[in-house]
Write a protein that binds this ligand. Sequence first.
Ligand SMILES: [Zn+2]
Ligand SMILES: [Zn+2]
Length: 333
Amino acid sequence: MMDTAWIAKVWNEEHPAPRREIECRHCHAINRVPVDKAVLYPHKAICAQCKKLLFLANDEPLTGISSRSFENPLDSETLGTVRAIPGASALMKLVHKRLNESKLLFHMKANAIECNDEQFPELVAIVKTILKRLDCQFVPQVYFSSMPFVNAFTSGGEEAVICFSTALLNQLDDRELEFVTGHEFGHLMAEHVISRLILQVVLNGSFVALPGIARYLSMPLKLALLKWARCSELTADRAGLLACRDVTVALNCMMKMASGYERGVTERTQLSLAAFVAQAISLGRQEGDHFDSMMSSLFAGQQSHPFIAWRVMELIDWVENGNYFDILAGKYV
Ligand SMILES: [Zn+2]
Ligand SMILES: [Zn+2]
């Protein structure tokens, strides 16, 4: 049983849960739904007029959904900044031309375990479930690899690849894997792949598919790319939530990513999602715009999935004020 006590940390007497106007996808009546109830019991929300379910069931696909429906505006804004830097567009075209997907697949086959009907079909099944839910047009080959970091990554377009680290498989349950898988598909659907490949060059100095690209990168372009990369995570998190369709699962997964969820912690205590969410909220209340200073410190840190508390706040904000419930009610681009 997931710990839903976090809800009272977000919505309480001081900050009551707003009611959202949700249009019924069956009879088009407008229903006013309290956000906290919808978060807790999405599959109990029924239309006051026709008595049918307001929100899609977990196995109903978001047919034909475009990533524009769930794109975080910071994502497109910061990508605009990247594109406005002289030479950036030419570089993107060059990378696109030189992106050698079969080389990338070769690299995966040489270093990771390929999953299929004979090898870890359980993982393939989770990936297929999420492909269907998000109606994702990319059908990636699934891999897992022994890595000490809680991590998953996606690459490629036509020949897409998704790879899970063993640390991630150790620490997450199946529902949380749905969130991570949806997050990765979010990157694919929103076409983050080219810019993220360039970022790999920024972070690692080289990349198997793109030798020699690093010398084309200027410092302003590197910084703009890094800033965009953080923001692109926010779009991917929204896709993750649309994949697992349970805010508690998504937040719990983020807490585990922050905590590492290692035995040294889990054998001594039970982690509290409510306390973690309260921590994220207190971060949000801090004065001033720390964003840019955090960005420069990240440049040294080179993490690929940072700012867990920031991502938690952004996700809760989307649920409360954005179009998350509209999408679940079948209203999207
Ligand atoms: Zn209705
Ligand atoms: Zn990501």
